[in-house]
Design a protein around this ligand. Structure first.
Ligand code: ZN
Ligand code: ZN
Length: 309
């Protein structure tokens, strides 16, 4: 009797084991994903592709060579493809700039570059205007007059940007063939309360359709050996330069894919903006091979002159 029961339980256990094996064979045995390196396996969900934007930017602005300070002023070197107007808004309220950018994007009220500037003029400490010819490349010096008594903009965090420099077209507001109607550059200028060196903080391009592109550098290897970040990734763009991926800047040489070494780099990973892999290797990565940042999106990198996709 006891032997029969033992045999019955034995058969039951065997049946359960066979059933488990059959179930595993049917659905396939997959080790838990968390144990493996995510880069070793093919992506289950493809990384979304961002639409590329290509525009010709007629405006360029960089800081001049002279030392900069709020009481002593700052030198700026604009270079533009068309006759342009440079307006320097000293002590521009942070909220005023953000509201004007939003209004340009979402409303018809501030569509023209002139209205954009009027919105800033009312909420800055001092405003100075220069005319810039298409051949002009010399440095301009802008400064708050001493009788205004502005020596600094207070300790951080601050409610005002030291300087917002806006470039627009001189004669025709729409700029003829250009899609870009204004470039807005936010500049830090040192003073006694916040004494870090002068530099460009942000740069935006405004389009005639009411879009605002924030310019950001794309990091890539210049010599094709090792992808590395430039020591000072200062945003900016040459006049006539190509801007891609919704506001990137591409003007360095492009090297080989850091993974396979067999194909040229033609993918930019977002949000880290490293251009380091080819299309083929892109499929196998969920993390950037350079900085290990999680890849949320990517866009194709095409050189000027390459066939349009
Ligand atoms: Zn590759
Ligand atoms: Zn990266």
């Amino acid at each position: 009797m006891a032997a029969d029961m033992e045999m019955f339980y034995g058969l039951c256990c065997f049946g359960v084991i066979v059933a488990v094996v059959l179930v595993l064979m049917w659905f396939g045995f997959d080790p838990p994903r968390i144990l493996g390196n995510p880069d070793d396996t093919e992506l289950v969900v493809p990384i979304p592709e961002k639409q590329m934007v290509r525009v010709e930017n007629p405006f360029f602005l960089e800081l001049g060579s002279r030392p900069a300070s709020v009481p002593g002023g700052v030198s700026i070197r604009p270079s533009c493809l068309e006759p342009s107007v440079l307006t320097c808004f000293w002590g521009c309220e942070v909220g005023a700039l953000q509201e004007a950018l939003l209004a340009h994007q979402h409303g018809a009220t501030l569509r023209s570059a002139r209205l954009f500037q009027d919105a800033l003029r009312l909420r800055c400490s001092y405003c100075q205007t220069f005319h810039v010819g298409s051949e002009d490349r010399e440095e301009l010096h802008t400064q708050i007059p001493a009788d205004r008594g502005v020596r600094d903009f207070g300790p951080p965090p601050r409610g005002r940007y030291p300087l917002v420099a806006v470039l627009t077209f001189g004669d025709s507001e729409d700029g003829g063939s250009y899609n870009i109607v204004a470039s807005v550059t936010v500049v830090h200028v040192p003073d006694d309360k916040h004494n870090i060196p002068a530099r460009i903080l942000f740069e935006y391009l405004l389009t005639s359709q009411g879009n605002v592109h924030k310019l950001m550098s794309i990091f890539m290897a210049a010599d094709g050996s090792e992808a590395s970040e430039p020591p000072d990734p200062q945003p900016g763009s040459r006049p006539g330069g190509q801007m891609e991926g919704g506001g990137g800047r591409v003007d360095e040489a492009v090297g080989d894919c850091v993974v396979c070494r067999g194909a040229p780099v033609n993918r930019v990973l977002l949000p880290c903006r490293h251009a380091c892999v080819c299309d083929g290797c892109m499929l196998h990565f969920q993390h950037c091979p350079v900085c290990r940042a999680f890849v949320l999106e990517s866009f194709a990198l095409t050189r000027p002159g390459a066939a349009a996709r």
